[in-house]
Write a protein that binds this ligand. Sequence first.
Ligand SMILES: Cc1cc2nc3c(=O)[nH]c(=O)nc-3n(C[C@H](O)[C@H](O)[C@H](O)COP(=O)(O)OP(=O)(O)OC[C@H]3O[C@@H](n4cnc5c(N)ncnc54)[C@H](O)[C@@H]3O)c2cc1C
Length: 354
Amino acid sequence: MNIAIAGAGIAGGYLSRLFLQQGITPDVYDGMVHDTRCGYRSCGWGSPLGIGTYLAEVGLDVKDYLIEPMSSMNFDGLVATTPLCTLDKPRLIRDLTRGTWVKRQNLDLEEAGDYDIVVDATGISRALLPPCRSDLTLPTLQHRVRVESRGSKRLEAGVYGNRIPGLGYLWVFPLGDDHYHIGIGGIGLARLDTLLDRFYKDMSAEYSFTTICSCTGVVRVTSPFYSTPFYSQKSRNGTTPQVIAGVGESIGTVSPFTGEGIVFSLECAKIFADSLPDYERYTRSVLARFLWMKKERETLDYLQSRKGKGGPRLQDRWRFVCSARRSGIGLPLLEAFRRIGTLSQWVEMPGELE
Ligand SMILES: Cc1cc2nc3c(=O)[nH]c(=O)nc-3n(C[C@H](O)[C@H](O)[C@H](O)COP(=O)(O)OP(=O)(O)OC[C@H]3O[C@@H](n4cnc5c(N)ncnc54)[C@H](O)[C@@H]3O)c2cc1C
């Protein structure tokens, strides 16, 4: 049985390591076509410390990638405790694929024809699977910034929904010393650069900002449920069966509320490695494990619809509370329920959206 993995990102890199542990040597492809200075896909590098469990399974130690804990974060003015941190994601991806010869080229459907199993771990590209049945993506803009404090206070880690007109948020993730990722993402948002500039201007009395690099990106907030099919089957040369199956963001394992996909892509790759070759079981397991993503997606759909203009319903607010709890964010329950985080525009300034 010969296997190819298209995509040596988080999901593909992790899966290749899990396969090696199972005695399977896959061919891994990645053209690394990224318009970013770091050479990897644009990402905030934020993760729960719990990612360590997944890394330990493949012999890696989370401490080797830890940049900064974000044990306290500002959420629209509310400071809460979190189990989040920033990780050196480029280094992690390099280590995940260490010991595997990654072919520096993209895999297309024609070349994929040489393999019995092809894993589509191509993230947002979803280069080999048929399209998602109902895709939803949001654009992002992120800067790596040097921040100098004009006083003694260091810029705190934070997430701000109230700086976005609609569904999305601005994030401030520390990268050690005086460096930060400061980014913005939102459904249907235009002029992300203007919104980021406004943030710098608003903070300019306390901090000065120097942009080191800037990159745009897109996040799939479709949810797995709306990203089906997860696999397709055909026969090669009229006889030999071939399966193309997706893992990670290609099949939507990203939180629709937060855009967080690193740890869920690892989890998805692990489910795949444990399910192979039962693709129906894989599909069922992913849909069941990430059922909450379907609910978050439905909230986004509702809030974008005509009916949603009136604001979030009880279940939308509850889903937000669940999202914060799932991430281990210690927001006071009632306050979280009232503010509803990334959806706070609807609560704080409902008139502005009409
Ligand atoms: C601006 C931004 C900030 C984000 N911040 C965070 C964050 O802080 N925390 C978090 O958890 N998540 C974050 N995410 C989401 C997270 O980056 C992704 O969900 C996660 O990286 C998905 O992993 P993946 O392996 O499925 O896909 P990717 O990491 O995107 O990897 C896919 C790989 O496939 C390769 N590829 C593409 N086409 C082909 C092809 N035809 N053949 C071979 N290879 C191919 C690409 O080069 C890429 O290396 C962010 C996303 C963006 C855009």
